[in-house]
Design a protein around this ligand. Structure first.
Ligand code: CP
Length: 321
């Protein structure tokens, strides 16, 4: 088990931080999904709040850009009645040479309870979790190409709401899996939940290392990878993480690996189309697929609030003062 996987669980087996889906037990994941289900109605009420985090302070520290993760974490914390701060990194004292850890420790000294952190470096959030005090929880909102655990949990939640039983599903994850923290976190979560057929579909240049070791099967041809799947998950080309292996010919990439109305015919008739966002229309997915009848992409965004509420509420409930 990685250090992140062991750091996030307390001595009684409860969630203390959320750093990775690796090593999270099936019962724990299912209990997060069940708690998220109980929070969904809060978002439909006129007064969209519950008092569970009243008096708690949540800080969003995003060292990389984000639209949906940052805002849904903020909404989730506010719907639980927490006080929320969003540090604007570009106007912070980082520009004067303050390290990221010193930024965190400075905010911790102000009595912050939960840090939601996105960072470009793999393992950064686990590194922070090892440094903070017992009273502070770290939630990984994406660390490099490593992990994005709440995205995988909201994806699992969305799949469960459409497909009920993980035990007979075929799921294709298509695109730039090499640089995708979403793919890595999803494979761990879906495997633990008992999905028997996880397909990783990518050109050779963007295939992750040894997917078989994680219980997934590599496919280098889109048509075979999509054949009769229940769920297809598209991924964006992460140009910002491509250093050696680059994809420059976007029309060719779209022709060979793009999700189009045409190749959607290969899926099972009731299959759903997912994407963590942001999407690049006409590259990895066409507009009519992203906003077509099979798409649950905006539902994923909405479900992200309930799942993030669940994670924050559970961790707050597990805390020892
Ligand atoms: N899915 C996701 O992480 O999107 P953002 O980068 O907009 O947060």
């Amino acid at each position: 088990m990685s250090s992140a996987a062991s750091l996030q669980i307390d001595s009684e087996g409860r969630l203390r931080h959320l750093l990775t889906t690796e090593g999270l037990g099936k019962d724990l994941i299912l209990s997060i999904l069940e708690t998220a289900e109980s929070f969904l109605p809060v978002g439909k009420r006129q007064i969209k709040s519950a008092p569970l985090l009243r008096g708690h302070t949540v800080v969003n520290l995003f060292f990389e850009p984000s639209t949906r993760t940052r805002t849904t974490f903020e909404l989730a914390a506010k719907r639980l009645s927490a006080d929320v701060l969003n540090l604007q990194m570009e106007s912070s004292s980082k520009s004067k040479g303050e390290t990221d850890l010193d930024t965190l420790l400075t905010l911790q000294a102000m009595g912050v309870d939960v840090f939601v952190i996105r960072h470009p470096d793999k393992g950064a959030t686990a590194g922070f979790a090892a440094e903070v005090g017992n009273e502070v929880a770290i939630l990984n909102a994406g660390d490099g190409a490593n992990a994005h655990p709440t995205q995988a949990l909201l994806d699992a939640f969305t799949i469960q709401r459409h497909k009920a039983d993980f035990g007979n599903l075929s799921i294709a994850i298509v695109g730039d899996v090499l640089h995708s923290r979403v793919a890595h976190s999803n494979i761990h979560a879906l495997k633990t939940l008992g999905v028997p057929d996880i397909r990783i579909v990518a050109p050779e240049a963007l295939m992750m290392e040894a997917p078989e070791q994680l219980g997934a099967t590599p496919y280098y041809d889109l048509a075979s990878g999509l054949k009769d799947v229940d769920v297809v998950m598209g991924l964006r080309l992460q140009h910002e993480r491509m250093h050696e292996k680059k994809i420059n010919d976007l029309p060719a990439y779209h022709r060979d690996f793009g999700l189009t109305r045409d190749n959607m015919r290969l899926l099972k008739p009731d299959a759903i189309v997912m994407h963590p966002g942001p999407i690049n229309r006409g590259v990895e997915i066409d507009s009519e697929v992203a906003y077509g009848e099979r798409s649950v992409i905006l539902e994923q965004v909405r479900n992200g609030i309930a799942v993030r509420m669940a994670v924050m509420a559970m961790i707050a409930g597990n805390r020892q003062y």
